[in-house]
Design a protein around this ligand. Sequence first.
Ligand code: SAM
Ligand code: DTB
Ligand code: SF4
Length: 317
Amino acid sequence: MPPPSLDDLRRLYRLPLFHLLVRARAAHEEHWEGEEIQLCSLLSIKTGGCSEDCGYCAQSAHHATGVKPTPLMEVEEIVAVAQRAKALGAERFCMGAAWKGVREDDPRFARVIEAVREVGRLGMETCVTLGQLTDGAARALKEAGLTAYNHNVDTGPEHYGKIVTTHTFQDRLDTIRRVQEAGLSLCCGGILGMGESAEDRLRMIEVLARMTPPPESVPINCLTPIPGTPLEDQPPVDILDLARVIATARIALPKSRVRLSAGRHALSREAQALCFFAGANSIFYGEKLLTTQNPGPDEDMDLLRALDLAPKRAATA
Ligand code: SAM
Ligand code: DTB
Ligand code: SF4
């Protein structure tokens, strides 16, 4: 099936909500078996002090957010956190570093490579998000056995320059191409609630759906407004708009795992249920994201049980 055109996406997005949800549910049932939700745990392995000025980010050195910069964690510390996440039932372990990017000859990169190998030895899927990559760095991550690389487009191309000025939308697409050329799975999505229009959201989905192949996973984050950032006063995303975006993404990207990502702590159980019905089939799992909070593991396991959903792998695996 060719990717939907922008006009197709506009038509979908503007359907009466229940019609859109029925279409999304049908796409979901056609491509996904069972009622499995992938659980991904997240760890900030190097926090804060980032050279980039992303307007949403707690870790940018351009904003006074109060986040204390910390150096890159030791491999043993990272593996210990991954072991705990595995014991709690996480299938994938995602490691984030607040860098503009990395090169293969950067000594810090060697430590990340070692962490990827060691976490992989635990039998977990691995994902890292380190900013921009060179071709060599992407190849080295693939050789280390990395499952996926996260690099979000974050919003539509026309809105991007209002959120970030220290790199461009095209820079992000260049890294995404390197990830895919190295044979890594791509995790790529964005953020809602940064003052974008419905058209910007649809342009973001259009860009994702036109990638070849489309991303293996698509995180949909709701902005967690961080005091001290230019976006600190943005109003919260309307839950019904969030459901519309997830449903449209599910139809446009039928084989991608759509991850209900940042901002979930502010959503009721019913709101999350609606997002799962609309096609979300992955979450970040564990009480912390990078610098902000997430629902605790007990709360999430209770929610999945109440919805008759199951973690993608047994919680004891
Ligand atoms: N430096 C790397 C990069 O820019 O790709 C990786 C880290 S960055 C924190 C990863 C993603 O987290 C961002 O692309 C954005 O989608 C999401 N994110 C960061 N801060 C957020 C916030 N306050 N609210 C919602 N999502 C956020
Ligand atoms: C993604 O799309 N969301 C995650 C992960 N990829 C790296 C990060 C969310 C960060 C939320 C804000 C924070 O905790 O600082
Ligand atoms: Fe935050 Fe990544 Fe932007 Fe740095 S590059 S400010 S870590 S989102």
